[in-house]
Design a protein around this ligand. Structure first.
Ligand SMILES: [Zn+2]
Length: 422
């Protein structure tokens, strides 16, 4: 069983052996109805919603909440007083509207995230482990801070590192802090692994948890190979309180935090539910959130539920890894495709791509740990199968220069983007 089964059973106040689909769905309906009553009584936005449903699938009769609505109605969505809000996160919505989404969390909401993080991190940390956190937000309520709190619950030691240290600084922290596990974004961890390998620096890393970004298979394999360690994938978005789903030790998809989240996969155009196994847009409802509950929030992420049971024997629903944003995947050159090809090249640390539709020009800037002179040729070979007829490819390859602080910093500040222009 996955660690999540035990955790969810605990949240439902039952023994892990008693957990099954019927119990989970019954508890989800109970929580959904409590949420509907809470929302109806405390928020202007949800005032017209029903205060209960008689079955889980009746949720499809409720309207969707879009990022745009979240930006325009954030105050009406809030269900608690100002004094109960402990964290506000402001995020840009995608597209050109320039609207900002605003999310409000209470202490209770953040504690739920810490509890889920502790469960996920227990897949790879035992008491005494020392986990380096390559994430921003070490101030109270920030991402790194919440991960640190979760590690402390496990009697493991958080080693906050942030996301803007140079490789040399990170390598030193690994040594001096005797780090045994890592949490960071996939490419960031791969780059660190390639740096350590290139300079033949030893380490004690036994497992890593990657998050914040989707995990290309190429990158997973490369991390395993360079760091000689196990790789756990986690999916989380701010709107869902950062934690969403996590792999078990079988690595066959991500088990969903079903005690706190109700997930639906819908057809992006019709809005109707698609059967398990089929790809669609992920929509979720926060069952236990107090400050700003989201009911049927459209993520824009392309996802699917895996219908077969996981080898671990878990009864908790599993999703396939997120393959990208709905609207970006039909672009000529999307990140999942470029990632799978480019990260096969062992010298690459990171890259940026820009595609100009009108001129049919693709520009790639690649950063190498070594061998930058031959990198352009290699990239051309790797991209040949996807480069469309008549499109031109321009490359700029540079070697990582850590004496250049600007480059070392900007590597993470402006990393791995694929931008399509008209
Ligand atoms: Zn599993």
């Amino acid at each position: 069983m996955s660690k999540l089964d035990g955790y969810i059973a605990e949240q439902f106040h039952i023994e892990a052996e008693q957990l099954n689909r019927a119990v989970i769905e019954q508890e989800q309906l109970k929580r959904l109805n409590e949420l509907l009553t809470w929302c109806k009584n405390n928020s202007m936005y949800y005032a017209g919603y029903p205060d209960s449903l008689s079955a889980l699938d009746e949720i499809c009769t409720l309207p969707f909440l879009t990022p745009q609505m979240l930006a325009e109605n954030h105050q009406e969505l809030v269900c608690v007083s100002q004094s109960e809000i402990s964290r506000i996160v402001t995020m840009q919505t995608s597209g050109t509207s320039g609207l900002q989404k605003r999310l409000y969390f209470s202490e209770h909401d953040q504690q739920l995230t810490v509890d889920f993080f502790a469960c996920g991190l227990s897949e790879l940390n035992v008491p005494g482990d020392r986990c380096m956190i390559l994430m921003p937000g070490n101030r109270p309520g920030g991402m790194s801070y919440l991960i640190g709190k979760a590690l402390e619950k496990l009697d493991a030691v958080p080693v906050p590192c942030g996301h803007d240290k140079s490789f040399a600084e990170m390598a030193e922290l690994l040594q001096t802090q005797q780090v045994t596990t890592l949490v960071g974004s996939p490419v960031q961890i791969l780059s660190l692994g390639r740096y350590l390998q290139h300079f033949q620096l030893s380490h004690n890393i036994k497992a890593v948890l990657v998050s914040s970004d989707y995990l290309p298979e190429t990158v997973r394999c490369a991390i395993r190979e360079t760091l000689q360690c196990d790789v756990y994938d986690h999916y989380g978005i701010t709107e869902a309180g950062l934690g969403f789903s996590i792999e078990c030790e079988c690595h066959q998809g991500l088990h969903i935090r079903e005690n706190d989240l109700l997930v639906e996969i819908i057809h992006p155009e019709t809005g109707l539910p698609v059967p398990d196994g089929e790809w669609g847009e992920m929509v979720f409802t926060t069952l236990t959130r107090r400050a700003m509950p989201l009911i049927r929030y459209r993520t824009g992420d392309r996802a699917r539920i895996l219908p077969e049971p996981c080898t671990c024997g878990s009864v908790v629903k599993r999703m396939d890894k997120i393959s990208g944003r709905m609207q970006q995947l039909d672009a000529d050159y999307c990140m999942p495709v470029l990632d799978e090809l480019l990260f096969q090249i062992p010298e690459i640390i990171d890259y940026q791509a820009r595609y100009y539709k009108t001129g049919q020009k693709l520009y790639i800037y690649a950063l190498a740990i070594a061998g930058e002179e031959r990198l352009a040729e290699k990239i051309k070979d790797f991209l040949q199968p996807v480069l469309k007829d008549g499109h031109t490819l321009t490359l700029c390859c540079e070697r990582l220069d850590e004496t250049n602080r600007y480059m070392a910093k900007s590597l993470y500040a402006a990393k791995r983007t694929v931008i399509a222009e008209e």
